[in-house]
Write a protein that binds this ligand. Structure first.
Ligand code: PRP
Length: 175
């Protein structure tokens, strides 16, 4: 890693901790679904792309993958509070078991907005798996699967960015 990338700051979750937790999440999710569910794993880009790639490879029931793009931070460290759906795959969710995959729930505004949008499409079930969850998020009901409770700091790495930097870090660090 170059100096600039190492400049991300204090490591909060090491690569091996992420790997172990993602494997455990994959086992739990595999136990919760069967082939008849026609599981659709829906990743929220861009932040979830690394987590999503590792998570689906840890799930051993048949599934399909799709993505949507939501953005609320731009280059800022504080949410705009008005998440924008920049890309919506438009694939039919009706009657599907949908698992929404997020890298982080911070203020909770992205997840609240996405859940209300996706519920209108009448999936058979709609669950959430989030790698990092901040306690202040206050999303009801809380995500079914949570990787880690996250400290109230600005986190980067393993897909998470600051102004598009640091996404490639194999660990998660605090700026
Ligand atoms: C980040 C993250 C979540 C959202 C969480 O996305 O990936 O989607 O913010 O924050 P919230 O709970 O306060 O809404 P961002 O808008 O930074 O876009 P990105 O995924 O492209 O990095």
């Amino acid at each position: 890693m170059t100096e600039a990338v190492q400049g991300a700051g204090r490591i909060v979750f090491q690569a091996h901790e992420l790997r172990d937790r993602v494997l455990a999440l994959g086992r739990e999710i595999s136990d919760a679904y069967g082939p008849e569910d026609r599981l659709l794993v829906l990743g929220v880009l861009k932040g979830s792309f690394v987590f999503m790639a590792d998570l689906v490879r840890a799930i051993d029931v048949p599934l399909q993958v799709d993505f949507l793009i939501a953005s609320s931070y731009g280059d800022e460290q504080v949410s705009s509070g008005d998440p924008k759906l920049l890309y919506d795959p438009g694939s039919s969710l009706q009657g599907r078991a949908v698992l929404l995959v997020e890298d982080i729930v911070d203020s909770g505004s992205t997840l609240r907005t996405l859940l209300s949008t996706l519920r209108e499409r009448r999936p058979a079930s709609l669950e959430v798996c989030v790698l990092l969850h901040k306690s202040a998020a206050g999303v009801e009901p809380p995500p079914r699967w949570v990787g880690f409770d996250a400290p109230n700091e600005f986190l980067v790495g393993y897909g998470l960015d600051h102004a598009e930097d640091f996404r490639q870090l194999p660990y998660i660090a605090s700026l």
